[in-house]
Design a protein around this ligand. Structure first.
Ligand SMILES: Cc1ncc(COP(=O)(O)O)c(C=O)c1O
Length: 269
């Protein structure tokens, strides 16, 4: 019996609209959109859709959703692990091959100044769950900013870590909590030397930015990695002006939709 494979769409088929690189001062490579192009190319094929979600890319099957997001979005609404986007063929292995999502992650790593970037689903909350599980792989305790997002607390609880909380300053006039300082982290790590990581959030919900470089220096001096929940960082327009190269792992949000990057620092530890 011979198996016939679904055709792998050519990403060149449909190009994602983009700015003119020449006028931006940014590397032309950063204007490539391999993942979006592959997704658009996939959507141009007249598939018989026997996959979730059940609307089958037809507005008639989900008129309410189509009126909200448009029929184009329905056409691009594929599950993960599709041939030609996330992997090269329908087989779940791509030895020695670079897929569009892999190329997109490499570009994201370059944009962030990270050694590696992963696109993840389930929001920055998912990133925090992953990062707390990583800490559990390193030990049982961590130093953590008290005002971290509830998803960090969920992750700590789920994997059974013991947190040593550090409370940032509070501006009582503005009613706003700020970040933690390097000297607070130094004190906490000195008081709890069996901690395996430092976990902070910056920018804060109120827009205050912590001194990540100084905190990273303290964490590394104590021999532990620094994890930064920077869910709000992209909207602070820091991507171009201040690449985050000091922390070791950073869940970040790019859009409320399908993918969010998790970036890893390039500095070897
Ligand atoms: C600092 C911080 N981390 C994580 C999250 C969770 O983000 P998401 O809703 O993408 O899971 C939020 C959400 O507001 C947040 O403010």
């Amino acid at each position: 019996m011979s198996l016939s494979y679904a055709p792998v769409p050519t990403p060149e088929a449909v190009e994602t609209p983009r700015q003119d690189p020449a006028s931006s001062g940014i590397s032309a490579r950063q204007f490539e959109a391999p993942y979006a192009d592959a997704l658009r190319a996939l959507a141009t094929h007249d598939w018989q859709r026997i996959h979730v979600p059940a609307h089958q890319a037809k507005a008639a099957n989900a008129p309410g959703v189509a009126s909200l997001v448009g029929e184009d979005a329905l056409r691009m609404d594929f599950p993960m692990l599709f041939s030609g986007v996330d992997q090269q063929t329908w087989r779940l292995v791509t030895p020695g091959r670079t897929t569009p999502i892999m190329r997109a992650q490499e570009l994201a790593a370059e944009a962030w100044g990270a050694s590696r970037t992963w696109f993840i689903t389930n929001g920055a909350s998912g990133g925090n769950h992953i990062a707390t599980a990583v800490v559990k792989g390193l030990g049982n305790e961590l130093v953590v900013q008290r005002s971290v997002h509830s998803s960090v607390i969920d992750g700590i609880t789920r994997v059974g870590l013991t947190p040593h909380f550090v409370t940032g300053a509070v501006d009582t006039g503005l009613g706003a909590a700020h970040g933690v300082t390097a000297s607070q982290i130094d004190e906490a790590l000195t008081a709890h030397p069996t901690s395996s990581a430092v976990y902070i959030v910056t920018p804060s919900y109120f827009g205050a930015v912590a001194d990540v470089a100084a905190i990273a220096e303290v964490a590394h001096r104590h021999g532990v990695p620094l994890i930064v929940d920077e869910a709000w960082d992209p909207i602070s327009a820091c991507i171009r002006s201040c690449p985050q190269t000091q922390q070791d792992l950073a869940p970040t949000s790019l859009s409320p939709a399908r993918t969010k990057p998790l970036a890893h620092s390039p500095s070897p530890r």
